[in-house]
Design a protein around this ligand. Structure first.
Ligand SMILES: Cc1cc2nc3c(=O)[nH]c(=O)nc-3n(C[C@H](O)[C@H](O)[C@H](O)COP(=O)(O)O)c2cc1C
Length: 182
């Protein structure tokens, strides 16, 4: 069974993106093996740190390398990719062998896709991911899910996907699986 690694782009307890990821996990149940990346300890990128790859960076690289696909669930911060997620992707984009900067990275060649929970900026951030995920040489599956935050979630913390979002998520899961089996 294919291995799909989920990256929840919010470290917040109760994250709505994390709740959407749980819905996506159900959409993949029995069809792929899902795991979640722990990227909470990855430091702010500096080329000075690259020479002696930090253990937290090695751990995320190993997890990504072991996966067949990466599915990102991302908030929108100021109509842009959250800096923390971009930082993680910057680490993942770097060549594993520093003596060959154009050589393979942990993420290049992986099937990738993105879902977004936010109330504004979906189109802008989707375009940013399209550019970024292609630039870092991933096989980007452009069948995305955009969700708003349901009003009641701001009070009770419970994200509820609309019917349309649930349908989109299933279509995205199928497109991801199709890319893996292509
Ligand atoms: C720095 C920052 C910038 C934000 N900018 C936006 C934005 O541009 N559009 C939007 O819809 N929500 C924005 N939000 C609100 C987030 O969408 C909201 O906090 C959401 O719950 C984040 O996803 P999460 O629940 O997975 O953490 C912003 C939040 C933060 C902390």
């Amino acid at each position: 069974m294919s291995k799909v690694l989920f990256i929840v782009g919010s470290l917040r307890q109760g994250s709505f993106n994390h709740q959407l990821a749980a819905d996506a996990e159900k959409a993949l149940a029995g069809k792929a093996e899902v795991s979640y990346l722990d990227w909470s300890q990855v430091p702010v990128f500096s080329q000075d740190l690259e020479g002696q790859t930090p253990a937290s960076v090695q751990a995320v690289r190993d997890a990504v390398a072991a996966a067949d696909a990466v599915w990102i669930f991302s908030p929108v911060y100021n109509f842009a990719i959250p800096g923390s997620v971009k930082n993680l992707l910057d680490w993942l984009s770097r060549a594993v062998d520093l003596s060959d900067p154009t050589g393979p990275s942990a993420i290049n060649g992986k099937v990738t896709t993105v879902s977004l929970v936010a109330n504004g900026g979906h189109d802008q951030v989707a375009d940013q991911y399209r550019t970024l995920m292609s630039f870092i040489r991933t096989n980007f599956v452009d069948q995305l899910t955009f969700s708003r935050v349901n009003d009641s979630a701001w009070a009770d913390g419970k994200f509820i996907a609309s019917e349309e979002v649930s349908t989109d998520l299933s279509k995205q899961a199928e497109a991801l699986l199709a890319a893996l089996n292509a």
